[in-house]
Ligand binder design. Structure first.
Ligand code: 5AD
Ligand code: SF4
Length: 473
């Protein structure tokens, strides 16, 4: 369904400014979904505000990957109780991965009865109907609306825990963005034993390449300079399509589009990385030299229990093959510490892999038991204090590795996309192809959204500072 099909007869009109506040938790997929929500709300006449207290509509796009993320959402929702008392007319909604789980929905209904709307990850297109039904319900005493209300299938509090996708084309209104995302696929088929994502986002489904090409071209035409292709496992793109196409072929197709832009993508799964893909990334100038390749653990025993379907040897082979061709290409990774049955010996295997892989950055997580996953039935036997100790040990080692990686850029010339204008201290910043942030101190001209050549003049840990050599280069 297209958003424009939904007649909105609320009292939203051009004279009265209705404000919406969107808070996003979790991964880039959620950031991308929130962009869609923003587009839907804008089409309804809402303006986006960063100030929760002044908003008429508040929406939390939640994350369920770890317990902590859930607790943060609950904490922030509970703070809205006071606001709702003060401003009873505001509409409050919760969506995203948390609300795909029925025990969470029950809890929200029980503990946070002031929440008006709950919906899942794949039903953004019905948001206008849900908002409309809240307005109508509030006006139900007014007989005039009673008839209308009966006609509405969706009740406030509607929960559509759909895990199939019906949306190819939510309104795409992303003009004037320097960088943005395109979801090239939805869901995940991998069922890593610790992960809730396949349960809340459903089975893997790739979007048609024709539709991606169209959306991509449109973005490039409107001046977008960096587009990140999103999927839980982009390497398996195309497998669900009738017209078979690989991720490498998709990259070739998109980078043939004319224009000065670059492509990023995430997330890659080590089990599906091919030499062909690495060769394309290395040789194609429009593809950024950065691969986010979550390893999760360096122990083959733990990798097997995690159902990751690769070994540490295979993982390190990918890194080795790539580095021989592109020594400066940056790898980042995710690691979980304290998985059920993990011993210090297993953890040492992770440390040794990290030392060998030389990631530019690492995202580290303490194992968090997720109801309904395969690992939830394993005994979570590593004490919390031990998990924290291991995490700190890992972070300490990675800090030096990151610093050494960044140091390699000292004195070098890099191409930076300026994404933040200079601040009061005259410092602007952007990222290079390897996804490292570069601060530029002498940025006197208006160069926002432009690629600039920068010489790196200093490095401190993960902070690179540079001077502009040429603009528009
Ligand atoms: N506990 C801890 N970390 C997790 N991740 C996913 N599920 C869990 C979990 N149950 C981490 C993985 C994944 C990243 C997005 O979140 O490292 O790559
Ligand atoms: Fe979760 Fe594994 Fe799928 Fe990533 S690949 S979303 S970790 S199940």
């Amino acid at each position: 369904m297209y958003i424009m099909d939904v007649p909105i007869k609320t009292n939203i009109n051009k004279k009265i400014k209705y404000l919406a506040f969107i808070k996003t938790y979790g991964c880039q997929q959620n950031v991308s979904d929130s962009e869609k929500i923003e587009n839907v709300l804008s089409a309804m006449g809402y303006q986006i505000t960063n100030v929760k207290e002044e908003a008429d509509f508040i929406i939390f796009n939640s994350c369920a990957v770890r317990k902590n993320a859930e607790l943060r959402v609950f904490g922030n929702v509970s703070q809205l109780r006071k606001l709702k008392k003060k401003k009873p007319n505001i509409v409050i909604a919760i969506c995203g991965c948390m609300t795909q789980q029925s025990h969470i929905v029950k809890k929200i209904r029980k503990d946070f009865e002031f929440v008006d709307i709950i919906f899942g990850t794949n039903t953004i297109e019905i948001l206008p109907k849900l908002i409309k039904s809240v307005f109508l319900k509030r006006d139900i005493k007014n007989k005039k609306f009673a008839q209308n209300f009966k006609d509405i299938n969706f009740k406030p509090f509607e929960i559509l825990q759909k895990t199939d996708i019906s949306i190819e084309n939510l309104p795409c209104k992303k003009e004037n963005k320097i960088k943005t995302f395109i979801s090239i696929m939805h869901g995940c088929n991998n069922f890593c034993s610790y992960c809730i994502v396949p349960y809340v986002r459903g089975r893997e489904l790739s979007r048609k390449s024709e539709s991606l090409l169209q959306e991509f071209e449109k973005l490039v035409k409107t001046g977008c300079k960096e587009i990140t292709l999103l999927g839980q496992n982009v390497n398996s793109y195309g497998k669900t399509l009738d017209k078979k196409i690989s991720f490498t072929e998709l990259l070739r197709l998109l980078t043939k589009i004319e224009g000065d832009f670059r492509i990023r993508f995430m997330t890659s799964h080590p089990k599906d990385v091919s030499k062909e893909l690495i060769d394309e990334i290395v040789s194609n100038k429009k593809i950024c030299k950065h691969i986010h390749l979550p390893v999760q653990s360096g122990s083959n025993k733990i990798l097997e229990k995690m159902n990751r379907k690769y070994t540490r040897e295979k993982y390190l082979k990918i890194i080795d093959y790539t580095r021989k061709k592109a020594p400066e290409l940056s790898f980042t990774s995710d690691i979980i510490v304290g998985f059920p049955s993990e011993t210090y010996q297993d953890f040492e295997e992770t440390l040794s892999l990290v030392k060998e892989a030389k990631f530019s950055s690492l995202f580290t997580f303490i194992y968090s038991k997720r109801k309904g996953t395969l690992a939830a039935d394993m005994r979570d036997n590593v004490p919390y204090q031990t998990k924290i100790q291991w995490l700190n040990e890992l972070l300490k080692i990675q800090k030096n590795i990151s610093s050494n990686f960044y140091q390699k850029f000292l004195g070098k010339r890099v191409r930076v996309l300026l994404e933040k204008e200079k601040n009061k201290k005259n410092i602007a910043f952007g990222k290079n192809s390897e996804n490292l942030t570069v601060y530029i101190e002498d940025c006197s001209e208006f160069l926002l959204g432009k690629f600039v050549q920068v010489k790196i003049i200093s490095q401190n840990n993960r902070v690179l500072r540079g001077k502009i050599l040429h603009k528009n280069s």
